[in-house]
Design a protein around this ligand. Structure first.
Ligand SMILES: CC(C)(COP(=O)(O)OP(=O)(O)OC[C@H]1O[C@@H](n2cnc3c(N)ncnc32)[C@H](O)[C@@H]1OP(=O)(O)O)[C@@H](O)C(=O)NCCC(=O)NCCS
Length: 182
């Protein structure tokens, strides 16, 4: 299945394009963003070539796993990519429980504080539920207070902090269904 781009009141939520590569590099070369998105050792993007490969990889991931949706958030007000919102498969480290999907987001620091991650998260989650997902997992480091506030604003159910079955160590997990969406 391929998911159409979305328009909300303030945002275009659309597939990444090659011309977004400089902005992708600006976002993914920042430790203050990347440290929340992966596990150590954190690898920062180094150059435009890597950014272009990152964009190509988003398209490959969608082609390989059609339930994956990886989108650029572009506010109408600026026309500049603010960050990303995604739905992607979650794979448990112990191989159990297949079929789980996460909802995620990240913004360039210059794009925080407008409610754009929340608006994009709600729109993409709605699209995923309409396409047949029953529930999405929102998984984060326990001290990621900004991301937890986004999850709460969406109406996601707080599952608390515990061993993280997907990324290891400890995670703060929320679960979101269509009925939860505020
Ligand atoms: C997590 C992250 C996306 C949150 O960014 P954010 O700007 O706080 O989230 P939103 O875009 O939804 O904006 C919400 C903020 O804008 C404010 N805001 C301003 N205008 C608003 C509006 N019209 N609607 C909603 N919120 C608005 C809200 O009050 C809120 O601030 P608060 O949390 O201090 O109350 C961002 O910090 C980030 O990219 N972090 C690094 C990557 C990351 O952690 N990703 C998640 C991994 S699990």
């Amino acid at each position: 299945m391929s998911y159409p781009a979305l328009e909300t009141d303030r945002l275009s939520i659309r597939p990444y394009r090659d011309e977004d590569a400089p902005r992708v590099l600006d976002i993914m070369s920042r430790i203050e963003v990347v440290r929340w998105l992966s596990t150590p050792p954190f690898r920062l993007m180094a150059d435009l070539e890597e950014a272009l490969a990152w964009v190509a990889r988003r398209h490959d991931l969608e082609a390989q796993e059609p339930a994956t949706i990886f989108r650029a958030i572009v506010p109408h007000e600026t026309g500049v990519v603010a960050g990303s919102v995604l739905v992607a498969p979650l794979v448990r480290l112990d191989g159990g429980h297949v079929g789980e999907f996460e909802l995620g987001w990240h913004l360039h620091p210059d794009s925080e504080g407008h409610g754009w991650a929340t608006e994009a998260g709600a729109a993409l989650a709605r699209q995923a539920f309409d396409a047949g997902h029953d529930e999405l997992v929102i998984d984060m480091y326990p001290d990621n207070h900004g991301s937890a506030r986004v999850a709460r604003r969406l109406g996601a159910r707080d599952q608390g902090v515990g061993p993280d079955p997907w990324y290891g160590d400890e995670g703060l997990v929320f679960r979101l269904s269509a009925d939860d969406l505020a």
